[in-house]
Design a protein around this ligand. Sequence first.
Ligand code: ZN
Length: 212
Amino acid sequence: MVNALRHICQRLYPYGVFRTGKAVYLTFDDGPIPEVTPAVLEILDRYQVKATFFMVGENIDKHPDIFDQVLKAGHTIGNHTYNHMKGIRHSCSAYLANVTKCQNTIDHRLSVNRSLTTRRSCLMRPPYGKAWFWQRRTLVRRGYRLIYWDVLTRDYDAAQTPEAMLALIKSRTSAGSIINFHDSLKSNGRMLAVLPQAIEWLLEQGYELRSL
Ligand SMILES: [Zn+2]
């Protein structure tokens, strides 16, 4: 029905714009690591699209140069805890301390490299998407925006194929979707194989690819 209406509008007003602001958000968890993250940046740059990277604090400490590269390329970063901590296995205080440690790592890196002009990120993604209600509530009260996803590519799954991932993205993505990838060693080959195809398809559909 919507498509039919849009078709009629486009026939009546061929120079009018009848679709805009149709954003989709690509997100990458678990980096930054030198084996994968720069390759993701290269692909995003090739298509001139922006994304969001939910980073693990200890990876930032190990690879500060890759952290800098992500920010210099204009992407957004978010907190993914310091040790990729699964909230439901830990007390509220231990979890919050781990999130804070990651945030301090991010803030320290931004203060060291002042050429990285970016607003302080308040985005946070709980690893595995799992945190107790009171952990989530406390984080929100402390000013974090908790970002999940509606399209999980399962790129970390060795049984997953790039073809199946592309089909999944095509069937589940709609305006406003948040797509979950991983710039991790586990996902490396599968994710890098499907990413250009996924971006091309999303752009062909008229989606704007934005960072959060
Ligand atoms: Zn993760």
